[in-house]
Design a protein around this ligand. Structure first.
Ligand code: RIB
Ligand code: CA
Length: 323
């Protein structure tokens, strides 16, 4: 079973990432970051979710409250004032573990070579860990992250929220040389749960199925109101689903970097996929050394297509097999 750490900002879709992870992977710990909500709330929400899943054995370490350079921006319009509005969850019996989240990331990655890091919030903690201990870049198997987009943004016309909140951190992570699986909006907006899927999820007769239904009830309503879409996108769950069932996602290697200076494009993930042009049929991307003018060697697998029905099946079987 793959060993992972999840760095997150729960967050309704972060909660679904955690559900999938605890059922199918070995979660060594969770680190939290300021993002959807302030750090205090994302940390409390991570504790609440793990307690609801019966997994108080998994430590939660609070990380950075604020981005590396700019002030924190949050998303209460999607996740509510608590950051996890909808379900009524008791105050957790335990608090966060001793030790900063960045120290936990460094110590755990150094102790467990070949670990996958799942990041579903702003990349502040991940960038800080890479900056403090660069050796973790060569010890990590990969970083599977939800962030960015190969097309358009959600927080601005060009920037996705997680990257927009801390673009400097995201730039450091994409430049660090760690193999990256990027779940950008172009992929994660294909994971849109509508009333059709909600009905199937709400019928799962477990406590976790009930929690999922309560989370979705709020998240669907807030997403429809705030973004005018037809349901709610389970963005973060795909970063974990990719590790559990790789066949669900079709991807391509690309060089990705983050715009830091553009007046209209700050926080944009600039994905170079010129080598995917259809007039270059048969280019074996895995071995191709063809790079467009001023192109750079790919540093990420960028998710392009989701088997949505397969993802929903994974979600349903996971919810049914949790308490
Ligand atoms: O843009 C979507 C991302 O922003 C998701 O990770 C969601 O939880 C929010 O953090
Ligand atoms: Ca998130």
């Amino acid at each position: 079973m793959g060993k992972i750490i999840i760095d997150c900002d729960p967050g309704h879709d972060d909660a679904f990432a955690i559900m999938l992870a605890v059922r199918h992977l070995e979660v060594l710990g969770i680190t939290t970051v300021g993002g959807n909500s302030p750090l205090e709330k994302t940390t409390l929400n991570a504790l609440k979710i793990l307690e609801a899943l019966g997994r108080e054995d998994i430590p939660v370490h609070a990380g950075h409250a604020c981005p590396l350079v700019v002030p924190l921006v949050t998303a209460p319009m999607f996740h509510g004032e608590s950051g996890l509005d909808g379900p009524v969850l008791p105050q957790p019996r335990r608090g966060p573990a001793q030790g900063h989240g960045v120290d936990f990331l460094i110590d755990t990655i150094m102790a467990h070579p070949d670990l996958s890091l799942v990041a579903t919030g702003p990349l502040t903690n991940v960038a800080a860990a890479l900056g403090r201990e660069p050796r973790i870049a060569s010890r990590l198997k990969e970083i599977a992250l939800m962030g960015g987009s190969a097309t358009y943004g959600n927080w601005t016309p060009t920037a996705e929220f997680n990257i927009f909140v801390d673009p400097e951190a995201a730039w450091k992570v994409f430049e660090a040389g760690v193999p990256i699986k990027m779940c950008g909006l172009n992929l994660t907006q294909q994971a849109c749960v509508t009333p059709r899927e909600f009905t199937r999820i709400a019928a799962v007769p477990t406590r976790t199925g009930k929690l999922a239904a309560e989370l979705l009830t709020f998240f669907m309503a807030s997403s429809i109101k705030a973004a005018g879409i037809k349901g709610c996108d389970l963005h973060d769950a795909l970063a974990v689903a990719w590790l559990i069932r790789p066949g669900l996602i079709t991807s391509a290697p690309m060089h990705v970097t983050v715009e830091l200076k553009g007046e209209y494009t700050r926080g944009m993930t600039v994905c170079d996929y010129r080598h995917l042009r259809s007039d270059k049929p048969g280019v074996d991307l895995a071995r191709s050394d063809f790079y467009p003018p001023r192109g750079r060697k790919p540093n990420a697998e960028v998710g392009l297509e989701l088997d949505f029905e397969g993802f929903i099946d994974l979600l349903l079987e996971t919810l049914a097999s949790l308490p």
